[in-house]
Design a protein around this ligand. Structure first.
Ligand SMILES: Nc1ncnc2c1ncn2[C@@H]1O[C@H](COP(=O)(O)OP(=O)(O)OP(=O)(O)O)[C@@H](O)[C@H]1O
Length: 336
């Protein structure tokens, strides 16, 4: 057995629009190791959430192909009853919007206890309450006994997100998926929540998939990074490699568009165009080519593959070898 906690092989998730299926996640292969944070980064519409939902088996109407294995066990072929058991016990998910993730009519203490009842039926009522208070403390809620009795609307956004995290970690899952966990929060609260996720990863030794469009969050949190564009992974590398030696034109464009990475007076780089909608995704050739039209068509592969250009550093399509920003000289990579 290898060290991979999660192994995703050729995963495709397609939605039916009209009388056809369109892949929002298209042939994605990835691994997540124990005690590692893998960030998945990309613009809105690139398929990050669809990927997370596919891993968790939460799509009800999508066509799923390929395989997802947790510690070697295939999840895609599990019957729904077994998948329900795994979800919440072995895999926890932190959603972006804590208000819609929580039941408005139930006090938060009971909502955390529900997760315990489902997966640890052996606990007595008293033990469940004790464990819930412990979880509230673990996620940094001061006055956990008081918070236990509150309804979601009586708590701040940051507090609610902590409750969502407490539910996700209640059963010490092996895999934690956090989908834009801080997008809806103020900057100071964001930092606290990110710190908490990092600490929990170490405490319970979980593998974490952190989904975000924010490269600042990636730089703070990730061990490795997968960059997603139009349903495909276009680059994977360790955080330090991705930041110091990004290769795919999309990764380079994303990095160039962060204010902190630019000289104070220079103009921010804006990536031309938008991620095409599902029906309009180019399914042939390099999907990013229409957003870098100044690069010669011949630079792209007809069927772009992932190339391992250094150990653990993968890049899709050959266009990275010829890419330059407008106004820059083309720097050719070694004659490979
Ligand atoms: N249930 C669905 N039915 C049809 N299309 C869908 C469905 N869910 C997602 N899509 C489409 O799949 C593509 C990927 O969406 P997804 O939400 O995964 O992107 P994302 O990268 O997570 O974006 P965001 O950061 O905005 O959440 C989009 O074009 C979206 O419109």
């Amino acid at each position: 057995m290898h060290d991979d906690l999660l192994s995703i092989e050729h995963l495709t998730a397609s939605f039916r629009i009209g009388d056809r299926y369109y892949a929002a996640v298209d042939d994605v292969s990835l691994t997540v190791r124990k005690n590692e944070i893998l960030a998945i980064v990309g613009e809105s519409g690139s398929g990050k959430s669809a990927l997370a939902f596919s891993i968790m088996g939460l799509h009800t109407r999508a066509k799923i192909e390929g395989d997802v294995r947790l510690d070697g066990q295939s999840l895609t072929r599990l019957p729904p009853s077994k998948m329900n058991k795994l979800r919440g016990r072995d895999m926890g998910m932190i959603f972006q919007d804590s208000l819609s993730a929580l039941n408005p009519l139930m006090i938060v203490g009971s909502q955390i206890e529900e997760a315990l009842v489902l997966h640890r039926p052996g606990l007595s009522k008293k033990e469940r309450k004790e464990k819930t208070i412990e979880l509230l403390t673990q996620v940094g809620i001061a006055g956990p006994e008081l918070a236990y009795e509150k309804f979601p609307h009586e708590l701040s956004g940051g507090m609610r997100q902590r409750i969502v995290i407490a539910i996700a970690i209640a059963n010490e899952p092996r895999l934690l998926i956090a989908d834009e966990p801080t997008t809806a929060l103020d900057v100071t609260i964001q930092l606290q929540i990110l710190d908490l996720i990092r600490k929990l990863k170490s405490d319970i030794g979980a593998g974490v998939i952190l989904i975000t469009h924010d490269l600042g969050v990636v730089a703070e949190m990730a061990d490795r990074v997968a960059v997603m564009y139009a349903g495909q992974i276009v680059e994977i590398a360790s955080l330090s490699t991705l930041l110091s030696n990004p290769q795919h034109p999309y990764t380079r464009s994303l990095l160039r568009s962060i204010p902190a990475s630019r000289e104070p007076k220079s103009k921010l780089y804006v990536i031309q165009g938008i991620v095409p909608s599902l029906q309009h995704l180019p399914r042939q050739g390099c999907r990013f080519r229409s957003r870098i039209p100044w690069i010669d068509e011949s630079a792209h592969e007809e069927q772009p593959e992932m190339h391992e250009i250094a150990p653990g550093h993968f890049v899709r399509c050959t266009c990275y070898k010829h890419f330059r920003f407008p106004g820059e000289e083309e720097i050719r990579h070694g004659a490979s």
